[in-house]
Design a protein around this ligand. Structure first.
Ligand SMILES: C[S@@+](CC[C@H](N)C(=O)[O-])C[C@H]1O[C@@H](n2cnc3c(N)ncnc32)[C@H](O)[C@@H]1O
Length: 212
């Protein structure tokens, strides 16, 4: 399994991509046709930038792409904005909003990508709960930006069903897909949710984010 991972890590490096996660998003886009020109793409938990690179390539460089992560990310061609911050913090999303509103007024749709993974604690229950929490925050952010598409990773476990039900409240079409490059043994899978319903103010706003 490690060998298989190494193959994709080497392939990504050779092809100029920053992570092997790119092959997962490529497979998702090939199946679900996520990207099109003139989108605003918000890449939550996006370091080191593989997903943003795929978004750039699949939109022929015609989208505005904003990446947010706790980690510092070196800029690369095609990226519009990089925010170093915690997605669970109100201030990070305020900064994101101010950057997004400065770009591309003729936008057609907003796409939110969320490939969030917490630091691994060694306890599956804790890691699962944290990952679901981050994904729920990402869902709230996608609602705040009235995203038409929401593409997210989830660690499957006892909390994933209720998260899936919440995603279905916001999006009309919700599909679950495990890309071929995702290890069979891993609990991760991806959700592609499209056609955002009108904003559900009473359910999620960014007010639930942490304010310092
Ligand atoms: C699997 S990596 C993302 C890989 C990326 N999609 C790519 O293609 O290069 C998960 C990321 O989640 C980020 N992360 C975890 N918790 C976060 C938080 N609260 N706010 C922002 N980023 C977070 C980590 O720093 C890490 O970079």
């Amino acid at each position: 399994m490690r060998k298989k991972r190494d193959i994709f890590t080497k392939k990504a490096k050779k092809e100029g991509y920053r992570s092997r996660a790119v092959y997962k998003l490529q497979a998702l886009d090939t199946k679900f046709k996520i990207f099109s020109k003139n989108q605003i793409i918000i890449d939550l938990c996006g370091a080191p930038g593989g997903f943003s690179q795929v978004a750039r390539d699949r939109t022929n460089g015609c989208a505005s792409i904003f990446l947010v992560d706790l980690a510092r990310v070196k800029p690369f061609p095609g990226i519009t904005g990089i925010i170093k911050g915690d997605i669970t913090k109100f201030s990070t999303i305020q900064e994101l909003q101010s950057q997004v509103s400065n770009f591309n007024p003729e936008i057609k749709e907003i796409v939110v990508l969320a490939d969030c993974s917490p630091d691994v604690s060694g306890s599956w229950e804790i890691d699962h709960a944290r990952q679901i929490w981050l994904t729920e925050v990402a869902l709230g952010i996608s609602n705040y930006f009235c995203a038409k598409k929401f593409v997210t990773k989830i660690f499957q476990g006892e909390l994933s069903k209720s998260l899936l039900d919440k995603i279905k409240l916001f999006f009309e079409n919700v599909s679950i897909y495990k890309p071929p490059t995702s290890r069979k043994q891993s609990a991760e899978t991806y959700i592609v949710a499209v056609r955002g319903k009108k904003i559900l103010k009473e359910l999620y706003q960014i007010e639930f984010l942490v304010k310092e």
